[in-house]
Structures are given as C-alpha cells and as structure tokens.
Design a protein around this ligand. Structure first.
Ligand code: ATP
Ligand code: MG
Length: 426
C-alpha cells in the first residue's frame, strides 16, 4: 500500500471548517488598515538570501538557524523563503522607487517561513499581517502604529493584551552601551551559557533577551541602555509616551525589550498576552531608520510592526469559543429527466439575488438529497422535479423554520426570497 504524504512538520493545512475564522480576520484587517490610509503591498515568497542576512543581521536567531535557504540548482542563486516581510517591503519600495513622491503607508499579509521547533503558537509556516510606514521620522507615526493596534484588539474583542515599550536609541548610543555590556558580561564569563558566549562579542545586546533562568540576575544587573541614550532618542521617546498617555494607552516600560532583529533603533514595542503561554507576543515592531540606506536607498526614517495571525486567532478562540460558519441560504435539489437545465437556471437566478446557493451535483434520490440539504445548514431546500420543471415551477421546503412545503412559479418564488431564507428556528 502506498503511504499517504503528510504536510511538512510545522506547516498547517487550514481546513474548510475553520476557514471562516481566517476570512473574518482578514476582512477585519483590510477595513481596519484602510481606515488608517495604509495600502497593500504583495511581494514574492522567495527572495535573494542576502536580503535577509544584510537586514535582519548575521547574529540573530532567524539568520543563524531559522531560514529555509537553498541554492537554485538551475542558476546557482542563493534563495530564501521569506522569514519576515520588512526586508522584502524595503526591497520592493527601493526597486520601484515608491518613495519618490513622498512617504508611504504600506501593509502586507501572508505566510512566513522559519525553521523553529513547532509548538502551540509557533509554526514553520505561519502568517503575519504587518505595517510599514516609510519616510516618517517623528514619534507621531510611532504613536499611530500603537494606537491602531490598540484599536484592532478592541475590534477583535481580544482579552487583555499589554503593551511593552522601550527605546534602544541611536546606533552610536548602542555602540557605547555595547562596550559597557561586553565589559559587564566579561566579568561573569562563568555564568554565561553557550548562546551568550557566542554572542558576547558579536551581538551582546541579544544576551539581554535571554530566557535562561540561570542568567537572569546577571542580565538584571547589566548596564541599562537608558544611561547611554542620545538626546534625540530621549526626546523622541518622551514625546511618544506623552502622546500615548494623552490617548489613554497604558504601557510598561521594559528596558530589556530589544527585539530579535538587528535593524531596529529608537522605539521598539511588543503587545503581549498572558493567555497563550510561552508564545504570548502577538505583535512586535519599532523604528528602523537605518534599514533603507543599508539596503541601498537614501537615508529614510521608517517604522512598522508585524503580528502573528495564528496567535490572534488562538486568543480570540480562547475567549469567544469557535465561530460558527455561515451556512448557505438555499440548497437546490433536483432529479428527473431533462430537469438539469432548468435547475441550473434557478440556481443562477437565485444568485442574481445575492443568495448563497449550493447546487446538488451528482444525482441520487430526493430523500438522500434532502438529507444533504439539511446537513448543509441551508435555510430552505428548493426542489426541482420533472413536474416542476415542465411548469417552470419549484417546490420550497423550509429547513430551519415553520411553514409547509409549497410549490410556486419560479418568478413568484424569486420575489419571495427574502422571507423564504429567514431562519425562524434553529
Ligand atoms: P518570538 O519571540 O515569539 O519568536 P519573534 O520576535 O521571533 O517572536 P517577530 O519576528 O517579531 O517575532 O514576528 C512578529 C510576530 O509574528 C510575533 O510577535 C508572533 O506573533 C509572530 N510569529 C513569529 N514567529 C512565529 C512562528 N514561528 N509561528 C507563529 N507566529 C510567529
Ligand atoms: Mg522568533
């Protein structure tokens, strides 16, 4: 016997029974983003590997161990399935000169790929929706990004999510801080784990991100970037905090929040929930003023965020339970010699009236068709047999409400559609 193929580990099929949750979320995202004037950008899933190593940084989890990279056997090109979409967005914006007329508010949605250990809320193919505001320097846009996410949590009726906020300053401030961090950690080599030792001289800032309990005291005692902060970043951060306070958004100042990608500077933030265990970050973002020039563009400030859609959906379900799918309005049953043409015409006429119609394909007895009709959840079954077809009539059988089956002229039935598809009982 041939063995069935299985999906790649950590990559999920989204099955029809849960797809309405995704569609609801996607529709909500689209109208929410439009209400802030953001426009969608769609980029390829595959990009040159160098795009990610250059932007995300060589000594990051993503580039060190999470990327699906391979060599194109036909031309030797190094390619990578995108692990995130900020780099791709900047690449596209530069390639098409989108910043020429002025700043751009952009968004994207789609699958990302990271070779991680699969667990609840952590997959190898997962979905992000993200926003990139390019060409904006001020804390006003940082505030907009945070305000808009806060609104989304309300629209989605999510349980409590907390905002964690930090500034990681300008590159020069980070360099000063970096020297002080190295000096601090060098004095305590014996406490450092393998990851930390490896990062000590390449990316000591990331040691602050460590979740290793044995290193927590050392990390707590590390020099704070706040003490090395440059004036511009300090003012920027204070203004942002004032706007947020004015808007009634509460936040936790978290000086250990550094984010896992190299391209951030100044403002960084994460939205975190207690309800999803270890995978509690549903959204992360910040400013990346250095990325556009690093990828070959003119110096252009920018900021953005990305959120994980699987985690958003899990959080909604935890609170609200599973959503019920929206059933069809009409199930169309038909049987008999020469009725097919008329039955299909009836189905099309119903759709002209915005009815959702499931046509019974494949024949079978009326009894079995009615069973299917009932199982479909439709409000009404419209039946076309030989007698009906000859007289251009249909029989209507309410499935979810009171009322008897009745036979009507097609035109009369179409006129009555609004009352026919009403569900009076479930
Ligand atoms: P984490 O600390 O959970 O690994 P991250 O810092 O790597 O997250 P980002 O690169 O900032 O995550 O991505 C933004 C969001 O995308 C995350 O906050 C999370 O909601 C989601 N996300 C990231 N990696 C995964 C994954 N492997 N599976 C599902 N969602 C993910
Ligand atoms: Mg990660």
């Amino acid at each position: 016997m041939t063995q069935h193929f299985q999906a790649v580990r950590g990559m999920n099929d989204l099955l029809p029974d849960s797809i309405h949750e995704w569609e609801f979320l996607e529709d909500t995202l689209r109208s929410w983003l439009a209400s802030y004037g953001y426009r969608q950008l769609r980029t390829p899933l595959l990009e040159p590997t160098g795009l990610f190593t250059r932007s995300i940084g060589e000594v990051t989890d993503i580039v060190e161990k999470e990327m699906y990279s391979f060599t194109d056997s036909l031309n030797g090109e190094a390619l990578t399935l995108r692990p995130e979409a900020t780099a791709s967005s900047v690449r596209a914006v530069l390639q098409h000169n989108l910043l020429y007329p002025g700043p751009q508010r952009l968004w994207y949605i789609g699958p990302m790929f990271r070779h991680e250990r699969p667990q609840k809320g952590r997959y190898r193919q997962f979905h992000q929706c993200g926003v990139e505001a390019m060409g904006y320097a001020g804390p006003d846009i940082d505030a907009e990004l945070i305000l808009m996410t806060a609104r989304l949590w309300k629209v989605l009726d999510l349980p409590a999510v907390e905002l964690h906020l930090n500034t990681i300053g300008a590159p020069e401030a980070r360099l000063r801080h970096r020297e002080r961090l190295i000096a601090h950690f060098e004095q305590h080599q014996e406490v450092l784990d393998e990851d930390a030792k490896r990062r000590l001289y390449t990316n000591p800032l990331r040691i602050l991100d460590s979740k290793n309990p044995a290193m927590q005291a050392l990390v707590e005692a590390a020099p704070k970037l706040a003490d090395d902060l440059d004036d511009a970043s300090r003012v920027h951060f204070e203004t942002l905090q004032n706007i947020l306070t004015h808007a009634g958004i509460s936040f936790n100042l978290n000086h250990r929040l550094v984010r896992g990608l190299d391209y951030y500077n100044a403002t960084v933030f994460e939205w975190v929930t207690q309800d999803l265990g270890a995978q509690g970050t549903i959204c992360g973002g910040g400013r990346y003023d250095g990325l556009i020039p690093q990828l070959g563009g003119k110096p252009t400030p920018a900021a953005g965020f990305a959120m994980g859609l699987e985690r958003l959906l899990a959080l909604r379900q935890d609170k609200n339970g599973a959503m019920t799918p929206i059933p069809p309005d009409v199930y169309l049953a038909c049987s008999g010699e020469g009725v097919m043409g008329f039955a299909l015409e009836v189905a099309e006429r119903l759709r002209d009236q915005n009815c959702k119609v499931v046509f019974h394909a494949g024949g079978g007895s009326f009894k079995s068709q009615l069973k299917r009709a009932d199982g479909s959840g439709a409000a009404v079954c419209i039946i076309v047999g030989e007698t009906e077809a000859q007289a251009r009539q249909v029989s209507c059988k309410p499935l979810r409400g009171q009322g008897e089956q009745e036979t009507l002229d097609l035109e009369l039935m179409l006129g009555r559609i609004p009352s026919l598809v009403v569900r009076t009982a479930v």
